[in-house]
Write a protein of this length. Structure first.
Length: 615
């Protein structure tokens, strides 16, 4: 965004200088400059024409005379939520006179840890309790013998997670415990936030600001609320009135099945209009979608509980009302069971059998029950009918959004965003099950309908700044989505770097997603080479990692040339297999030991030459 003389208090010469400087600045430099200018105003120095409220520093000094003004904010973030919260928190601290260091854990030099006086950690948890990719090196350092004693440091930890996973916020718990073991002093209790994290994160931020000696003015409270409601990390998205907490109603332009006749799969290509939203994205970002629950599941649940679907109930602290049926369709999550929910239901119903299932020592029984079951199962299995709708539904968490890798480029498709989504439908525990969002998109969304969406920026999955850098893309199935966006972008910008795609699915004839587009990009030289693996076309199943091993020498040479490796798709199986294959290639072609190959991969991760968008 360019500064204009007509909309600012600057002279033409000043505006020109600022327009040359600002685009080159990092986020940390912007935050530091903001604090510097604010401090100048507060001390009466002539540094800016901007007017800001004075901060009552005298009161702060009296309240907490021993608190250092140096604060280090570290974030570990896979999808961007922890990163967005960290940036806003840093801005608030800076505006209140603190000297703030803001950094991704992946960019932070661990040796600086021994100098830290106030450490704020915001981190998400992946899969089965694992750190996000950009947190792994720092996490491993902190848990090693090399970690320094931190007796002079104070700290606080905020965790982001999902209670439907057994190891909820485990990474945050690990950091909290380890920092205490190293002698640091906890200044506020750790907060473990579920997918609906805004309110709890805002409370934690208020506590941190208060504990660091800041007077809780109304401006501070409003600032904390703004942090929790913002997922964007760029200036462009800050200009849009739409966000995670206020999604944009995007009109459906097109909804097509990409699979051919006879395929056992159904993959939807959905094109949505962003016209008038002000929303911006880059290749590698994700789209957050708020779906609706399946009407059949909603109606069966209402019938099982003997509720009146037209009864009006309060759905939030603002006092908003919806009918029971509409609330179950659009507002509450009903397709997943979690341990916290069972604990709440057991308490509400005073249910002896549920208490038994939750007893210590029955963890495996609980895991087995939660897996693949939904709210209707719970109601039927434990005969819960008779509980009033308003009391029961107040225990449920809000419908979480679903994140999908964007499969388009705004350069090539202005005011549009494209998704590539595989329909999930299966039978389990004697009943048909439906993927909430995928089935909504596949069966109940037509051109002209609207869908509530927002942009989720992902700074950890981006094309290289130097367009001549080679890129290797590994994305079987719908994991190919962001690589379609990469190719659209590179075609528009005329990027000259080499590119290599590994794609896999079941059958060449019916499951080769975007086949004609890849073939055109190969012909035009936008895509340098492509290797495919169709697992059901041969007697022996062949996957992308097998093709990688077949091309091991060339892959190794590309990596040695500085290529960035991108992986998108299933974390538990495919991404793990690909990781092991890359290590094997380094051992075989680079004559490295297994330990040296693992270290090489870790260094690639830290240097952002190995980027993953996994789920």
């Amino acid at each position: 965004m360019e500064l204009q003389v007509s909309n600012s208090p600057f002279t033409p010469e000043q505006a020109e200088l600022l327009n040359r400087l600002l685009p080159t600045m990092t986020d940390t430099q912007r935050i530091w400059l903001s604090g510097y200018l604010t401090a100048g105003i507060q001390t009466g120095a002539s540094t800016s024409t901007v007017q800001v409220p004075a901060v009552d520093t005298a009161a702060n000094v009296q309240a907490v005379p021993s608190v250092s003004k140096e604060v280090t904010v570290l974030f570990g973030s896979q999808t961007g939520n922890a990163q967005g919260l960290s940036k806003k928190l840093a801005q608030q601290l800076t505006s209140q006179g603190f000297d703030v260091t803001l950094s991704s854990m992946g960019d932070y030099k661990p040796n600086n840890l021994k100098k830290v006086q106030n450490l704020l950690v915001l981190v998400s948890t992946q899969g089965e309790g694992d750190p996000p990719d950009n947190a792994i090196p720092f996490y491993e350092f902190l848990h090693s013998k090399r970690a320094p004693q931190l007796a002079d440091a104070k700290y606080a930890v905020l965790g982001l997670g999902d209670t439907s996973y057994e190891f909820f916020c485990q990474t945050a718990k690990d950091f909290d415990k380890r920092l205490e073991e190293l002698g640091a002093e906890r200044i506020v209790a750790r907060a473990d936030c579920d997918v609906d994290f805004e309110e709890q994160a805002a409370e934690w931020i208020d506590q941190v600001l208060s504990s660091l000696g800041q007077a809780q003015s109304s401006a501070t409270v409003a600032g904390a609320a703004a942090v929790s409601g913002t997922t964007d990390t760029t200036e462009a998205a800050a200009e849009s009135p739409y966000s995670r907490t206020r999604p944009f109603p995007a009109e459906v332009l097109e909804n097509l099945n990409l699979n051919g006749r006879g395929s056992s799969r159904e993959t939807r290509h959905v094109e949505l209009s962003l016209e008038g939203s002000g929303l911006q994205y880059e290749p590698g970002d994700s789209l957050g979608v708020y779906p609706e629950n399946h009407p059949l599941l909603v109606d069966e649940l209402i019938q099982a509980m003997e509720w009146d679907g037209n009864e009006s109930i309060v759905i939030n602290k603002n006092g908003d009302h919806l009918s029971v049926r509409d609330a179950l369709l659009r507002h509450y999550e009903i397709s997943v069971l979690t341990k916290p929910l069972l604990e709440k239901v057991a308490g509400l119903a005073d249910h002896e059998q549920l208490y038994d299932l939750l007893e210590e020592g029955r963890e495996q029984d609980l895991r087995n029950y939660l897996y693949g079951r939904d709210l209707l199962d719970l109601v039927q299995d434990y005969s819960l009918k008779g509980i009033p709708a308003d009391e029961f539904l107040s225990l449920l968490r809000k419908m979480p959004s679903r994140l999908y890798s964007i499969s388009s480029s705004m350069q090539a498709a202005p005011d549009e965003v494209h998704l590539t989504v595989r329909k999930v439908e299966y039978e389990q525990h004697g009943r048909q099950r439906y993927g909430v969002c995928s089935v909504h998109l596949a069966e109940r969304l037509e051109a002209g309908d609207t869908l509530p969406v927002y942009i989720q920026h992902n700074e950890n999955f981006k094309l290289p700044h130097d367009a001549s850098t080679p890129i290797i893309m590994i994305g079987p199935g719908t994991g190919v989505a962001p690589f379609r966006a990469f190719m659209m972008e590179r075609e528009e910008t005329g990027a000259e770097g080499k590119s290599w795609l590994f794609f896999g699915d079941q059958h060449f004839a019916t499951d080769f997603l975007y086949q004609t587009e890849w073939q055109r990009w190969l012909k035009d030289g936008v895509l340098t080479r492509m290797d495919v693996a169709f697992s059901r076309d041969t007697d022996q199943k062949v996957y992308v990692q097998h093709r990688m091993m077949e091309r091991s020498r060339e892959l190794y040479e590309w990596i040695q040339e500085g290529a960035i490796v991108y992986v998108c798709g299933d974390e538990k199986n495919m991404a793990n297999d690909v990781h092991l294959t890359l290590e094997k290639i380094l051992v075989q072609e680079g004559n490295l030991s297994q330990e040296a190959a693992a270290e090489y991969m870790s260094n690639m991760l830290q240097q952002k030459r190995y980027q993953r968008d996994v789920y």
